[in-house]
Design a protein around this ligand. Sequence first.
Ligand SMILES: Cc1cc2nc3c(=O)[nH]c(=O)nc-3n(C[C@H](O)[C@H](O)[C@H](O)COP(=O)(O)OP(=O)(O)OC[C@H]3O[C@@H](n4cnc5c(N)ncnc54)[C@H](O)[C@@H]3O)c2cc1C
Length: 413
Amino acid sequence: MPDHAPTTPGTAVRRHDIVIVGGGLVGASLAIALDGLGLDVAMVEAAPAGALPAVFDQRNLSFAEATCNALDNLGVWRLLRTPAAPIRRIHVSRRGDFGRVELDARDYDREAFGQVVVASDFGEALESRLGELRKLVRYRPARFLESGVDGEQRIIRIADGEGEHVLSTRLLIGADGTHSMVRAALGIPAEHHDYDKVLFVARMRCDRAPDGNAYERLGDDGPTALLPRGDRHYGVVHAVSAADADAVAALDDDAWCARIQDAFGWRAGRFLSAGPRSRYPAQRVLAERLVAQRGVVIGNAAQTIHPIGAQGFNLGLRDALTLVECIAASPGDVGAGEVLQRHAQRRVEDRSRTIAFSDGLARLAANPSPLLRPLRTFGMGAIAQLDAVQSMLVGGAMGYRGDVPALCRQVRA
Ligand SMILES: Cc1cc2nc3c(=O)[nH]c(=O)nc-3n(C[C@H](O)[C@H](O)[C@H](O)COP(=O)(O)OP(=O)(O)OC[C@H]3O[C@@H](n4cnc5c(N)ncnc54)[C@H](O)[C@@H]3O)c2cc1C
């Protein structure tokens, strides 16, 4: 990575206060949250205008209460065209074990722990809200190539259909996902772990409509989760070992329904039909640091975690909102070292606890050893008994961990 400006003499340089790379779930949310600070913000996104980035697919996103509050305050919630489905109860069980955890939002004086939204619907709402921003400059389709430092500026090279362009900014924000090129350009190493599982996601219909229950069923091959959707379907996430993934992908719909019935049991009813399946590798990629000189990574670029805990975007949004608060609190140089260090410090607790929660759940769910079965059963039973542990689960499910950004706490009207 060159530590100098990667420019060629005579190239026109476009200046912005902040350049965000990545207009996915977190980058788009960040751009919206930055609006109103009076800054010149640019967003570089590989997907073309008129098409949502591929990440806005059919996956179901469970939004914690803190996330719903923030999205409402950001003016995104009102733009969702399909109603979100509330999660009123969470039910965790393990195949073959008697212990289980049942959490009811009413026991915590809440109507719901969170809401389920389909990623493509969320993408459309974000896009509508981005369209309302007056000042945001969008480079799309355009790809980030590399970056170096020149005095108090980051110099960035991007490429679009017309060729290469050079941008100059006080702060480069990498919201470019798991395989972040910004992270690499900032010289931030990342730790990679492959859970050796593949997650299949599909919309499924049962003979009973969803009634506010979200289920997590732990099996020897990994978890199967059912999330209520706003269209009378469940969103199913089913983990299989990587070695079995191709065979599962090849199943016809009847065989797939039978497989989910077997993995999940009958608690939600009989599975009748399924929509198209998509597949994702289960992996964990953790940036060793969040900040570098005039650069920061957020969202999946900072930490990609196992989807089992449904925490990835919830956590990434809190990255984005914390960064905005740190920038807003220090008028002047938005990319100054103190601003970035303050952000990094504020993210420590939430980040480490959420990563540990998701990773612990993934490992507990994935370990097939029969020797661990009594321990897991005991674990489930014990969790069901312990108020403190339940509170921790609930706090995480609602998104209130560590130093919570103000927009997450401001309750919706
Ligand atoms: C099956 C599944 C279920 C999930 N369920 C949940 C859930 O219930 N709740 C939850 O909170 N999270 C969930 N997640 C996690 C969530 O999807 C991620 O945390 C979220 O997508 C991260 O957003 P991001 O913006 O950081 O990255 P991404 O969404 O990956 O966006 C990155 C963006 O950067 C762009 N980009 C990449 N490289 C470049 C480049 N060089 N130049 C320009 N642009 C670039 C891409 O086009 C993309 O638009 C789930 C994930 C999976 C796989």
